[in-house]
Ligand binder design. Sequence first.
Ligand code: FRU
Length: 484
Amino acid sequence: MRRRTFLSVSTAAAFGAEPRKQAADHQRPKYHFLPAANWMNDPNAPIFWKGKYHMFYQYNPNGAFWGTMHWGHAVSTDMIHWKHLPVALAPTPGGTDKDGVFSGCAVDNNGAPTLIYTGTKPEVQCIATSSDGLHTWKKHEGNPVIPRPPAGLAVTGFRDPCVWRENDAWYMALGSGFAGVGGAVLLYSSPDLIQWTYMHPLFTGIMDAKSTAKGPVGTGEMWECPSFFPLGDKHVLFVSTQGGTPYFIGKYKDFRFEPEVQGHLDHGAYYAPITQLDAQGRRILWGWIPERRSSQAQRTAGWSGVLSLPRVLSIRADGRLGIDPAPQSRGLRQGRQNFLNIAIPDGKPARIPGVSGDCLELRAEIDPGDADEYGIQLCCSADLIDSTPIVHNRSLNRLSGAQPHASQNGNLMLAEGETLRLTIFVDCSVIEVFANGRMCLTERAYTAKPGNTGVALYAKGGSAKLKSLQVFEMKPISADRMTT
Ligand code: FRU
């Protein structure tokens, strides 16, 4: 009892100073969504409801670290400017979600907004509904609606429902997997979101048998956060596992999914993506941008985790997944600079004169010429000693940031004569890169000084050419980095 009193007083005291501290933190993004303070991870249940975009997310109100998972909530009219709303779901003491309200989705059940989520521990599936326009949520009295994994199946996990309507029934894809085999997505059906019947695995993967990682998510024996939806005349399935976000495009027939094409949604700091339809019917992808600094640094900062900008998915003419920035972010553009035909000689990086800022959108087209490696350096100090590179290596066909991984080799192969076309969003410590409409790389840049905001070009093993560059200054979504 005494400990409780102490905790609540000290939390209140800490939060008194919090907005000022957060507003002055030069690492904290200015036009990406994040909670006012504390920890966020997966985006949950994005839904366009009566003219507004609602976003929920995994949130720990007790600090900038993972634990005591709640659902944070925010609302927007354009998917860019957000207003924080009260927490939507909290663990119920003694209830089926007493140890955390884990990830899930939202559906419109004939006019009744319904959240479907995982309660823990053990992992079970639950639902909640709102009768006041998504502000407050009532958990279903009969929770959990799926109390345990299918009889006879030994699963590595059982969470993160993705639910859709098909003909006269509801279907659920659930993240799971089998030890020694691989991650899996289990398929359920229901007439009413309450009675669920297990059908079979929608699709099963193959684990990395050579992995030395700890835990089933690390080895690929467990797939988290599945998303399954139609796109064009195909179906797309993606999951989160082994720190990555693999996607599959294929055919969905007789309740089975057969992949034909596969790839990765992002090759950087990006996890637990989820999709929704926007007001124009575009398929929008959201992801969690995790930190890439120590947990101590995150606790000290008082915040951790950022929501990606909205991305639009499409099926390209070559059958692969197209990923582009959603047009909604264009509303943030202010000043614009244009550059044409700048030579990038082999050797030392050179700053682009007059280009600098911690809130930028850059659109660059680079002809690789005969360079083996070439790219853009962001967040540069005046002497260029501090910088965050975005580098294309031609022999490895790899677009990467400061710390390339071998697993990134082959992530961007340019065809003969194809130029590198980059759209880059810089927002303080967040960098989102879109390359040639088919590849994404999210990076973190924790520059030592707020003034490290220059942009430079460089080439190695030959020279390249910047054919064109547009630079837009981006307008912060709030005056004080508090989002709302
Ligand atoms: C993915 C994940 C989900 C889970 C949630 C818990 O990042 O581990 O599988 O529902 O986060 O916060």
